[in-house]
Write a new protein. Sequence first.
Length: 96
Amino acid sequence: MKKTFPLQQPGKDDARVRDKIRHEVNKALRRARQRPPQEGFRGWDFTCKAGPSEAEAVALPLKEIAAHIDVVAATGATRIYLEITPVPARRVPVAD
C-alpha cells in the first residue's frame, strides 16, 4: 500500500481523521496477511515508511506506524504518506 492521506477534513475532528487512517492501515494489513505466503515461507513481515511526503518518509517498524501518524500531525503537516509493503518471512516457532 502506497498512499497519501489528508490529516484534516472539513467538518471532522482531526483525531477522528487520524483514527480513520489507522483503520485503513489495519484493514490493508489484514488483507495482506490473508494471502497465502510463497512456497517455503511461513508468513508475512512488512517494510514500512511514513512521513509528510514521499521524499521525507522514513523507514519505521510496523509497530510504530500508528504513533508516527500522531507525530506527523503534531508537526503541522496537512498530509501523511504511508508505504507498507508485505515481505515473505521465515518465522521460527517460539518454544514455550
